[in-house]
Ligand binder design. Structure first.
Ligand SMILES: Cc1cc2nc3c(=O)[nH]c(=O)nc-3n(C[C@H](O)[C@H](O)[C@H](O)COP(=O)(O)OP(=O)(O)OC[C@H]3O[C@@H](n4cnc5c(N)ncnc54)[C@H](O)[C@@H]3O)c2cc1C
Length: 341
């Protein structure tokens, strides 16, 4: 049986490595149906800071196993993963494009669509000033009839300018690269990605997105990724180290590409200012795998409710903070603090 008849639950972009995705949470097309990548981890082998090779699963080193599922980069080098796979048939997937003039109406509809979305449906929204306009990239892993129903709703928001959606093997969709540079242009040399986590696509947030989009240049894509719903939200925030699981939560994404320094600087300034406006002061929460800014509260912004327990487990497994080039959890307290499972 091919790998993609029983695929693992991974991210939406084939370019990124499975280990970082799983160890930081892992959100993708199948998260509504089968939760996050880390929720499908069954066991892992880890080389710890002191050189010991440990097995972590629900029975062996369960505190480490809990910590690996969301904060894994902090606890050792994971050398193998055993993951639960899920059978999956053909899916309906692809893109529906709209005019940039319809950005606000599409954003509003997107919120309604995702709030009521069946577990089998996931979509990201992309706003580009170029000829691709505003487009929804989608995967519906339910029946063809259910998928058609969702497509009808999408076509009714505003007149689509183009549509590339078809019934296909999940592998074909999963292997599609992320939307980055404008179509039919050579791949750019550099790419920046910044994201901010928000717990609701509110009207205020939509206003800021539309306003910044109005000032965006051709080399940029703004987007909404990983709208939280379904199975990933039914796992409690403290069941694993990955806490950002509230239904309606989302990541606002800014992607920009460049070849020369001056353009890079101009786009980075636009993205930094956008990020400041998109993020309310005082709410620094950010998804570990999208950590593109250092919060004043450090890793507490990433791990929120799980932070102090993680600090205790870090003390137990990596007292000298050997693994620190990550969303770093400072080892704190005594060994018992993190081991109450
Ligand atoms: C274009 C793009 C698209 C993305 N799409 C998604 C998406 O759809 N869903 C999603 O959830 N995320 C997505 N991400 C984020 C992605 O999950 C992270 O960038 C992730 O860290 C990538 O994994 P990696 O193995 O390449 O990690 P690296 O960048 O190599 O490492 C990231 C961190 O993990 C640590 N690490 C990596 N491997 C191990 C290991 N074996 N043991 C211990 N620590 C390790 C590293 O030390 C580092 O701290 C995307 C990122 C990009 C750039």
């Amino acid at each position: 049986m091919g790998m993609f008849e029983r695929p693992p639950v991974l991210g939406q972009c084939p370019e990124v490595g499975a280990s970082g995705v799983i160890l930081g949470g892992g959100l993708g097309w199948l998260s509504g149906l089968h939760a996050a990548s880390c929720d499908n981890l069954l066991s892992a082998r880890v080389v710890a800071a002191d050189g010991r090779v440990l097995t972590a699963d629900s029975e062996r080193n369960p505190d480490l196993f809990w910590a690996l599922r969301g904060a894994g980069a902090n606890f050792g080098v994971t050398t193998s993963f055993e993951c639960r796979l899920h059978p999956i048939g053909p899916v309906t997937g692809g893109d529906i494009h709209y005019s940039v003039r319809d950005a606000r109406v599409v954003l509003r509809f997107f919120r309604e669509l995702m709030d009521d979305a069946p577990d089998a449906f996931q979509a990201t929204l992309n706003l580009t000033p170029g000829e691709r306009g505003v487009f929804v990239s989608l995967c519906h892993a339910g029946s063809e009839t259910e998928a058609e129903q969702t497509l009808r709703s999408l076509r009714a928001i505003a007149p689509p300018t183009k549509e590339f959606v078809k019934r296909q093997e999940f592998a074909a969709l999963a292997e599609r690269p992320a939307a980055t540079n404008p179509a039919n242009t050579p791949p750019p040399q550099f790419r920046g990605i910044q994201t901010v986590y928000r717990d609701r696509l509110s009207d205020d947030l939509i206003d800021v997105i539309v306003d910044r989009f109005g000032q965006a240049s051709l080399e940029t894509i703004m987007g909404i990724s990983h709208y939280m719903h379904g199975q990933v939200c039914r796992v409690a925030p403290s069941a694993t180290a990955f806490p950002l699981r509230q239904a309606g939560g989302l990541n606002v994404r800014l992607t920009y590409t460049w070849n020369d320094l001056a353009t890079g600087q101009r786009l980075t300034e636009w993205a930094d200012e956008s990020l400041r406006l998109l993020r309310p002061s005082g709410d620094e929460r950010i998804y570990a795998n999208f950590q593109t800014y250092e919060a004043r509260s450090g890793a507490a912004a990433v791990y929120s409710v799980n932070f102090s327990r993680l600090a205790g487990i870090k003390y137990k497994y990596d007292r000298e903070n050997f693994f620190r080039r990550n969303s770093n959890i400072p080892p704190t307290g005594n060994a018992r603090a993190g081991s109450k499972l």
